[in-house]
Design a protein around this ligand. Structure first.
Ligand code: 5GP
Ligand code: MG
Length: 177
């Protein structure tokens, strides 16, 4: 299996600094901002964006976690339920601008599910999407507002995102077999 580094640690650091600036530039009323990381790797990315915004503007933005993955509660049944195990949104999202953060955007189905789940928590003023990698192949009319890097990929290629918090190191690789 061949693998190629697309983003190194320094690239990721600069990219997240740029996206934090873009979020601030786009949202003048940044007091209404909240950031929600999509479990798993969207969570450290969300935290880093909030840290950058704190550093750049002295603004503390609430950060939450959304886990919309499906789990089977009973191995004998084919019923799947969204898990709320790793969901933690300890603030109101009513009238807030919610920036959803994910590591990779692919078909758009996770984003759609995340927006669906979010609506159960309240009525945001707006939802925006930030992703570290957009690898294309959308199956739904979803687009990201903030993109770290567009990586045109073949359907059977995989993007590997490694982050210090979850994997001990920051890098993005493309794998093909
Ligand atoms: P989608 O729902 O848009 O098809 O896929 C996005 C979700 O699946 C994201 O949560 C992302 O973490 C994961 N994902 C999809 N494709 C890839 C990929 O190539 N690499 C990684 N690391 N995650 C992916
Ligand atoms: Mg994911």
């Amino acid at each position: 299996m061949a693998q190629k580094v697309i983003l190194g640690a320094e690239d990721i650091r600069r990219t997240l600094a740029r996206i934090a600036h873009e979020i601030l530039e786009r949202n003048q009323s940044s007091r209404d901002l909240v950031i929600i990381g999509m479990y798993t790797r969207g969570v450290p990315l969300a935290n880093r964006l909030a840290e950058n915004i704190l550093r750049f503007e002295g603004l503390e933005i609430p950060v939450g976690t959304l886990d919309f993955s499906l789990y089977r509660d009973d191995l004998d049944s084919q019923r799947f339920h969204p898990t709320i195990k790793n969901t933690d949104i300890p603030f109101s999202i009513n009238n807030k601008i919610v920036v959803l953060v994910d590591d990779v955007l692919f078909t758009g189905r996770s984003t759609r599910a995340a927006m669906d789940a979010l609506i159960d928590y309240g009525r945001p003023k707006a939802i925006q999407l930030a992703v570290l990698v957009d690898r294309g192949h959308r199956e739904l009319p979803v687009r990201a507002d903030y993109i770290g890097k567009n990586i045109p990929s073949a359907r059977d290629e995989k993007i590997k995102v490694r982050l210090t918090e979850t994997d001990g190191q920051d890098e993005v690789l493309i794998l093909d077999d």
